[in-house]
Design a protein around this ligand. Structure first.
Ligand code: GAL
Length: 687
């Protein structure tokens, strides 16, 4: 009996969706918003959805915190309202991304099963009243979150207006409860087999840490044994992968294959509580939530973050959340300037986003985030930012077809390796050593020259890149060493930065000294590293400049290893010693640079690296401070151009290019601050 109304509802949805499909509907480039229908009277939904559609927003993400509205008591699922919300969205040409609500378990669940509550490292059990209070390994939590995901997938897995799924929301906190500890011990046992092996690799004889039973092994994140710390990160990663798979399996089992599955990662992209490449591996594509917080758009950093995110799966991604002007959690939650959010949205698209959604549509009248930026105020009227969104909606509709099936393409890659990130962060040795800043130093210089740089996990392969820079490749396994050598011998150009190869895969110092397993490849060894108080002069192939924060001195071992940079007068130890060694190997080249360089020298370095590797990706000439992002595919070539300067710039349209946002513009256009042009290069006519 129950299935008859269900069938009617689906038929109805199909009908409205196909009618809607004829009107201006969702295009290949989607603009959308997080929408929480459970917070509003149903009579209001149509007005909200109409406002969304009027602004050209054709995607709504719903459901990710609605567990108590979807399952008010254990086993009683109330999903009719979800269906009505999805159908209402369809009536307005708005497709739906359905979130599984596992980030916010309801009060009945946490009080009935207190073991589902997370325990902090200090041993405090989190109470109800927020979100993310769940214990990510609790079997009961996993069982119940799987069940609700399954209910949703059964019910909406064939709904024509549901285009895809988001699992959970911004995975974040691990748990230190007894069950997680037990899993940790089992994980270690599986990895090492015997305690002797673990004691050996972690060298637990140090400080009498030798373990004689698995349950003696601590689970901690402070200044613990480095082998333990690195393994703990890998363990945490596996738990999140497991949590995600637990829901993914049931969605895949019930949903149409056309419905994709993603998750939205937070932590401003660079967070490293777990390995994000591993999370992305099981998903159809990855999404992330980009926020500025206090201050203004830093185009280099945010642009690099988009590239990092794209690197997790090496394909286009979604921005599932972006601030409509301002957030509510920054020290000073200032608004981005008028036009600045639009620039941020276009920057995301330029770097490979195929959809961008605001967080959020309208603030809940009560609840923790009342002050957050929105598109519609508590009175139901659009706020001033709504107009900026509307402009974006119109632009997405116009430009979407040209961008469909296109992606950024790079000949230069920077390596970002989670093991190395973790290992260096466990022991910085200099509080000034910031791995992200180091990476961004290379990125900024290389991107300015090439207008496209990938940031990738080396495990995914290096083939196809002419130049690869590994700024901080601290942990090197035999597999990684093999991969790098193969890349160089095959014709790649590789630059290793300081701290490379110091550790083996157990985060133990390599018995080969530094750079450990890369020693034969580099043809040199690092004699000693120094954390610098003051900058040190350095000169050679890249002219005269300064090493800053960190300096290692090298000794060539291979006869063909050439000293390409040398330290000037410093602490006595470094004086006159090699700072960089380079050699040809096979068809490629390898250089080891032992120092961090000041920006001016970095620019010269980048120019030389790009030239030596014959990088020749197509670029277009633009004034300084103007960002160019190139997307190619389907025989199309499109440049997103953004003026980040405080003043207007004049842009000469490159030959054969027209601005899709200003179709009548000829030859040159003026771009005020934050303004955007989307240039399409017409394919050259065959002779
Ligand atoms: C994100 C989160 C959203 C919302 C937003 C506020 O991290 O996923 O649910 O809280 O922050 O900026």
């Amino acid at each position: 009996m129950k299935s008859v109304p269900r069938l009617l509802a689906v038929l109805f949805a199909l009908a409205v969706f196909s009618v809607a499909g004829r009107a201006a509907g969702p295009g290949p480039l989607l603009l959308g918003s997080a929408w929480y229908p459970e917070q509003w009277p149903e009579e209001r939904w149509d007005a909200d959805l109409k406002l969304m559609a009027d602004a050209g927003m054709h995607m709504a993400r719903i459901g990710e915190f609605a567990w108590s509205s979807m399952e008010p008591e254990e086993g009683r699922y109330t999903l009719d309202w979800v269906e009505r919300a999805i159908n209402a969205a369809a009536r307005h040409n708005i497709v739906v991304v359905l979130g599984t609500p596992s980030d916010a378990p309801p009060a009945w669940l946490t009080s009935k099963y207190p073991e589902t509550l997370r325990v902090t490292e200090a041993g405090v059990q989190i109470r109800h009243g927020f979100r993310r209070q769940f214990n990510y390994t609790s079997p009961k939590y996993l069982e119940l979150s799987r069940r609700i995901a399954e209910e949703l997938a059964r019910r909406f897995g064939h709904h024509p207006n549901v285009i895809g799924w988001q699992i959970g929301n911004e995975y974040t906190e691990d748990s230190f409860d007894p069950h997680s500890r037990q899993l940790w011990h089992q994980w270690l046992q599986r990895k090492y087999g015997t305690l002797d092996q673990l004691n050996h690799h972690w060298m637990t004889a140090y400080w009498s840490q030798t373990y004689s039973a698995w349950d003696q092994i601590p689970m901690e994140t402070g200044r613990s044994n480095p082998g333990l710390l690195l393994d703990y990160k890998r363990f945490v990663t596996e738990q999140w992968v497991h949590l995600q798979r637990n829901q993914l399996e049931v969605i895949r089992a019930h949903a149409d294959p056309r419905q994709w599955i993603t998750t939205n990662l937070g932590g401003l992209g660079w967070a490293n509580r777990f390995n994000r490449t591993d999370i992305a591996a099981d998903l159809d594509f990855i999404s992330w939530d980009t926020y500025v917080g206090q201050g203004h758009l830093n185009p280099t950093r945010i642009g690099a973050t988009h590239d990092l995110v794209r690197g997790w799966k090496r394909k286009n991604f979604w921005v599932m959340e972006i601030q409509p002007g301002f957030v509510d959690w920054a020290g000073i939650a200032n608004s981005l300037d008028k036009g600045e959010t639009r620039a941020a949205v276009w920057e995301a698209v330029g770097h490979g986003a195929d959809a961008v959604a605001f967080w959020q549509w309208r603030a809940a009248l009560n609840g923790q985030e009342q002050y957050h930026g929105v598109l519609v105020g508590p009175d139901g009227e659009p706020v001033p930012f709504y107009e900026e969104a509307r402009q974006l909606g119109a632009e997405f509709a116009r430009v979407g077809p040209a961008l469909a099936g296109t992606s950024p393409e790079s000949q230069v890659a920077i390596l970002h390796d989670y093991d190395s990130r973790w290992a260096i962060d466990f022991h910085l040795h200099s509080k000034r050593y910031d791995q992200i800043e180091t990476l961004l130093g290379y990125y900024a210089a290389l991107r300015e020259l090439t207008q496209s740089v990938d940031i990738i996990d080396p495990r995914g392969g290096l083939e196809g890149y002419k130049l690869v820079v590994a700024p901080n490749l601290n942990v090197v396994s035999p597999e990684m060493a093999r991969r790098l050598e193969q890349y160089v011998r095959g014709g790649g150009h590789l630059l290793l930065g300081p701290r490379s190869g110091l550790m083996n895969e157990y985060n133990a110092l390599s018995t080969l000294g530094q750079p450990g397993l890369l020693r034969d490849l580099v043809g040199a060894k690092v004699e000693q590293f120094y954390a610098l108080l003051d900058d040190v002069p350095v000169s050679g192939r890249w002219g005269d400049g300064r090493a800053t924060i960190w300096a290692e001195y090298l000794r060539p071992l291979a006869p063909d290893a050439t000293v390409t940079l040398t330290y000037g007068r410093a602490n006595g130890w470094l004086d006159g010693k090699p700072a960089m060694v380079s050699r040809k190997l096979g068809k490629g080249t390898i250089s080891y640079l032992g120092a961090l360089l000041e920006p001016a020298m970095m620019q010269r370095a980048a120019r030389d690296l790009v030239q030596a590797a014959s990088v020749n990706s197509p670029t277009i000439p633009v004034p300084a401070g103007v960002e160019v992002c190139r997307r190619v595919g389907q025989g199309r070539e499109v440049f997103v151009v953004i003026n980040h300067n405080p003043k207007p710039v004049v842009l000469d349209l490159p030959v054969g290019c027209s601005d899709l946002l200003r179709p009548s513009a000829q030859e040159r256009i003026e771009l005020p601050q934050y303004d955007v042009a989307v240039l399409q290069r017409n394919p050259a006519k065959p002779n």
